[in-house]
Design a protein around this ligand. Structure first.
Ligand SMILES: NC(=O)c1ccc[n+]([C@@H]2O[C@H](COP(=O)([O-])OP(=O)(O)OC[C@H]3O[C@@H](n4cnc5c(N)ncnc54)[C@H](OP(=O)(O)O)[C@@H]3O)[C@@H](O)[C@H]2O)c1
Length: 429
């Protein structure tokens, strides 16, 4: 058998510990599949004394993770520390410059530095692999690089954040509001103490930016992603959605338009007939529409120790086999620098919920504003006539975002409108 692939792991938290366990448990299987042994030779984390449920007998401890980048007995550095800058970035760059292959799960780093790291890896003739960075255990990067590589991607979209999907699912099932469900999710370990990366859509936007790069052969452009989170989604909107035949999901969506590449992360109303409407709880899903293959959907666990370790090890087996592939499917020099389509140019149907004082003339005033922007209403619901403020729900036909935003600004100024309007875009698949 060939000489072993010598691995150095930086970061022994949820993912790092999972990789150590998987490498130990499937040692023989991986040797067969990789064509040589996958041998863990060195690790690094912040605290050496921390109790970890892993066996590190015979594995060297490096106090400074960056030492892995220059260690002569390491072939591949696995970066599982996280963060878009600091130690993680320094380690990845240093490892590639020193001629090591790099495997990472770090979506924040890739979203901000993906193109330049891909260039560096190629210059050095080394592999940069990051299956675990997007949708955890779902092998979507491999699908784009391999199984779907014959297609032009028309559109891709997905549920890319399990925490948000869990919160939206629980809100719908229990009828409780966002704040309460978030607290429960934190207590159950499904949401971080500081949940903003997840619930404000940033984590999903990192993943979408990386996916877009791989799917459209474009330089990763995180700044070009329009990002909204789920804090403004109420249980009332979830009930109205069901009544209208929709379910609310936080989606990341990307497609090429005549204005550039459109990338958006925001809550969407999706028809109950769409398979993605039924991806519930912590699960993730990614749908890729290719010109020859049609629609494909991948679903599975988007986070957690086992699924993420599974993805990291898949990359390690590629490295063991010497499968050199450009990080973003096409060579870094050929990645297009297409500009981001402005959100104001987005066209689609909308759901709008207003809280209004129940008095004559209000609906006429709202309709007047919409008519001035040439926004065509598809349906209108008004409920709870006995209270002083009542919800009015409108859905529109295809409308340009800029016109919708102008209309909402005017509607919000009407005296009978009690609180800022709630807008949720409707997606048709
Ligand atoms: N958790 C998931 O399900 C998941 C899924 C997909 C992708 N990811 C990505 O995977 C990466 C790791 O996530 P995680 O959840 O495993 O994080 P984590 O549990 O917080 O673990 C981070 C690890 O990094 C170590 N570390 C922190 N600062 C360090 C430093 N300066 N030098 C060396 N080691 C340092 C920590 O050391 P100590 O243990 O000593 O504190 C810890 O072992 C992140 O990029 C994350 O976005 C995670």
């Amino acid at each position: 058998m060939n000489s072993p692939l010598r691995i150095g792991i930086a970061g022994l938290g949820t993912v790092g510990a999972g990789v150590v366990k998987l490498l130990a448990e499937h040692n023989r299987l991986l040797a067969l599949r990789g064509g040589r042994r996958l041998k863990l030779v060195a690790v690094s984390a912040r605290r050496k004394a921390k109790k970890r449920d892993i066996d590190l007998t015979g594995v060297r401890w490096e106090a400074d993770a960056r030492a892995l980048a220059s260690a002569s007995d390491v072939d591949v550095v696995v970066e599982l520390i996280g963060g878009s800058g600091g130690i993680a970035r320094g380690l990845v760059e240093r490892a590639l410059r020193s001629g090591k292959h790099v495997v990472t799960a770090n979506k924040a780093l890739l979203a901000l530095r993906g193109a330049e790291l891909a260039e560096l890896a190629e210059r050095q003739g080394r592999i940069l692999a990051f299956e675990a960075a997007v949708a955890g255990g779902i092998p979507i990067i491999k699908a784009l690089r391999e199984g779907l590589v014959g297609n032009r991607v028309r559109r891709l979209y997905g549920i890319l954040n399990g925490t948000c999907n869990y919160i939206l699912t629980t809100m719908r099932e229990s009828g409780r509001d966002f704040g309460v469900v978030l607290q429960e999710a934190q207590a159950a370990g499904y949401a971080e103490a500081d949940p903003s990366f997840d619930v404000d859509g940033i984590d999903a936007a990192h993943k979408l930016a990386v996916l877009t790069g791989a799917a459209f052969g474009a330089r990763v452009n995180f700044a070009g992603v329009h990002v909204e989170g789920i804090r403004h989604v109420t249980s009332m909107d979830i009930r109205f959605a069901e009544e209208l035949g929709y379910r609310i999901k936080l989606l990341g969506l990307a497609r090429e338009t005549r204005f550039g590449i459109e990338q958006r992360v925001h809550p969407c109303m999706v028809s109950l007939e769409a398979p993605i409407a039924h991806i519930e709880g912590v699960f993730n899903a990614v749908v890729v529409e290719g010109d020859f293959v049609g629609t494909t959907m991948f679903q599975g666990r988007g986070a957690g120790q086992g699924p993420t370790a599974s993805a990291v090890v898949a990359d390690l087996v590629d490295v063991a086999r010497g499968r050199h592939m450009p990080a973003f499917v096409v060579p870094a020099a050929n990645l297009s620098a297409k500009k981001a389509a402005p959100m104001s140019r987005h066209v689609g149907p909308y759901y709008i919920r207003l809280m209004v004082q129940d008095r004559p003339g209000v609906i006429a005033a709202i309709s007047g504003v919409l008519a001035r922007e040439r926004i065509s209403v598809e349906s209108m619901l008004q409920r709870g006539r006995s209270q002083s403020e009542v919800p009015v729900v409108l859905t529109t036909h295809e409308t340009e975002e800029a016109a919708m935003q102008r209309a909402l600004t005017r509607i919000a100024r009407l005296r009978a409108v009690a609180e800022p309007p709630c807008l949720i875009r409707i997606e048709r698949f």
